[in-house]
Each structure stands twice: as structure tokens, then as C-alpha cells.
Design a protein around this ligand. Structure first.
Ligand SMILES: NC(=O)c1ccc[n+]([C@@H]2O[C@H](COP(=O)([O-])OP(=O)(O)OC[C@H]3O[C@@H](n4cnc5c(N)ncnc54)[C@H](OP(=O)(O)O)[C@@H]3O)[C@@H](O)[C@H]2O)c1
Length: 261
């Protein structure tokens, strides 16, 4: 299926590794011009190099998404480089794990800035360019939008805020811009090693094997997801092939989430 993304311009935040990079790859494979982003210049350069050979033109712009000025500069550089912006994918690092009442105020505040404000600020800055020619936004969330996961209090709370933002913006930016979200279950990325280590350190699991089994052992499809599978969904939602889809939060989780809706 031709998604019709060739020569469009996409900005994928936090895309020097993991799910973000898979989104960048899927868009570049469709021939889109893609700006990748991350904080670390070397990791970013490596990601851009890894995407050489795709039909799209890929550039890397370093920016810390917790810094509002850096977000403004990231969006401006994208528009200046490619002459406009058609698609924005908002992604950022995931939060640490803990129970709600064990989390201090500073961590709640910092995670609000990281998960929620980074997405809101990116969208607010990009909205004029997206609205100009018609475009799309896809927000990265998590299966925690549909069911609470023990010890994932920060994700349980702030991912739902993103769903509220998604629904609100789908109305506010229609009909020029479609706004959707994806809700991944377990995917093999570098972050998983960190989460597994955290849950062993906190005493929740006795071994890395037990923690890994709890993370992905009960997926009906029998395996964690490949990041490219998520990238393909994001590219579809970004494209005109999804022209009647807006305000949706689409699960991609191998069937692991129990919630019926
Ligand atoms: N993997 C899963 O199973 C899964 C499931 C559900 C939801 N998610 C969510 O999906 C998102 C991506 O997960 P992932 O597994 O792909 O993570 P990852 O492999 O750790 O990738 C994180 C990416 O974000 C960048 N980044 C981190 N902090 C940043 C900041 N402040 N500003 C700019 N870039 C930043 C990193 O580059 P630098 O470090 O160089 O900045 C890297 O490119 C997370 O929010 C995660 O919670 C993941």
C-alpha cells in the first residue's frame, strides 16, 4: 500500500533509538523527509546514519524536550530545512517506575514536564506549520492508557492526560490536522533493560528472568513487539490512508491489554 507520504516532511521527537527511531524509519521508508531528535549528538548521528539508504532525506536535530526554547528551535529548524512540516510524532523517554505514594513532588513535577508538557509544547509550536497545508500528529502513549499497571504510577497518570489532550486537539485542530495516539504494549527496546533492572532493584522480582517474564510472558501473540511494527502503524496514522481517523488511541500490544475498549 502506498501511503502517499513521499516528499512530505515529518518531525519525530526522541527518535535516536527505540520506538521513535522505528517511526522515523517507517516514514523515511515511505519517502518522507524526516527530522530525528534526541539529546545526545553521537547517538543522533548514529541514528541518522542508520537511516541512510531509505528513500527519504533524514536529518538530526539535537534538542532536550524538557527545554521549551529547545523545542522552539527544533521545530523552526525542521521547517527551515525542508520548507514546511506535514507530520509530527511526539515521543519522549518513558518515566521511572514506582508506586504513587512513594514518588516525591519533584519527580511528579519533572515527569509531568517530560511526558505531558514536551508533547503539548511540541504540538503548540508545530501547529501553525501543520495547519497551513493540512497535516497529522501522532502521540506516543502506552498500554497504561487502557489499564493500570502496578508500579507504573507515573505512566498510569500522565498517559491518560495525553489521551485527554489527543481528544481535545482532534476537535480543536480539525479539519486541517488529524490527531491520534498509539498505545504500545511490550516492545524490545533499550528501555526494557532499564525497567527490568529497576524492578529487580526495587525487590519486586527476584531475577531479571522473572521480571522479563512478567513484562512480556503473557502476551497472547507470544512475543514482544518489533519496533518496526509500531513504526508501520504510526506511518499509516500519519498518512492520508487514515483520512477519517482522528482522536483515536490505537492499541498495539499483541493482545496483552485486558480492557475491552
Ligand atoms: N518499549 C516499550 O515496550 C514501550 C511500551 C509502552 C510505551 N513506551 C513508551 O514509548 C516511549 C519510547 O520508548 P522506547 O522504549 O523507545 O525508549 P528508548 O529506547 O529509551 O528511547 C528513548 C529515546 O528518547 C530520547 N530522549 C530521552 N529523553 C529525551 C529528552 N529529554 N529530549 C529528547 N530526546 C530524549 C533518547 O535519546 P537521548 O537519550 O540521546 O536523548 C532516545 O532516542 C517512552 O515514552 C516509553 O515509555 C515504550
Amino acid at each position: 500500500m502506498d501511503l502517499g507520504l513521499a516528499n512530505d516532511t515529518a518531525l519525530v521527537t526522541a527518535s535516536s533509538s527505540g520506538l521513535g527511531r522505528a517511526c522515523a524509519r517507517a516514514l523515511a521508508n515511505e519517502g518522507a523527509n524526516v527530522v530525528c531528535n534526541g539529546r545526545d549528538r553521537d547517538r543522533l548521528d548514529a541514528a541518522v546514519e542508520a537511516l541512510e539508504g531509505t528513500p527519504g532525506t533524514v536529518r538530526g536535530v539535537a534538542a532536550d524536550l524538557t527545554d521549551p526554547d529547545a523545542i522552539d528551535a527544533l521545530v523552526s529548524e525542521t521547517v527551515d530545512t525542508f520548507g514546511g512540516l506535514d507530520h509530527l510524532v511526539t515521543n519522549v523517554a518513558g518515566p521511572s517506575t514506582a508506586r504513587a505514594l512513594d514518588i516525591d513532588d519533584g519527580t511528579w513535577q519533572a515527569t509531568y514536564d517530560l511526558l505531558f508538557m514536551s508533547a503539548l509544547r511540541s504540538i503548540r509550536t508545530a501547529a501553525p506549520a501543520l495547519t497551513e497545508g493540512g497535516g497529522s500528529i501522532v502521540m506516543m502513549t502506552s498500554r497504561t492508557t487502557r489499564e493500570i499497571i502496578e508500579e507504573y504510577a507515573l505512566s498510569n497518570v500522565f498517559r491518560l492526560a495525553l489521551v485527554g489532550l489527543n481528544k481535545t486537539l482532534a476537535k480543536e485542530l480539525a479539519p486541517e490536522v488529524r490527531v491520534n495516539a498509539v498505545a504500545p504494549g511490550p516492545f524490545e527496546t533499550g528501555r526494557i533493560g532499564t525497567l527490568v533492572a529497576e524492578s529487580v532493584e526495587s525487590g519486586r522480582f527476584e531475577s531479571r528472568e522473572a521480571a522479563y517474564e512478567a513484562w512480556a510472558g503473557d502476551v497472547p501473540l507470544g512475543r514482544p513487539g518489533e519496533p518496526s511494527e509500531l513504526g508501520d502503524l504510526v506511518a499509516y496514522l500519519a498518512s492520508e490512508r487514515a483520512s477519517y481517523v482522528t482522536g483515536a488511541t490505537v492499541p498495539i500490544d499483541g493482545g496483552v491489554t485486558d480492557a475491552p475498549l
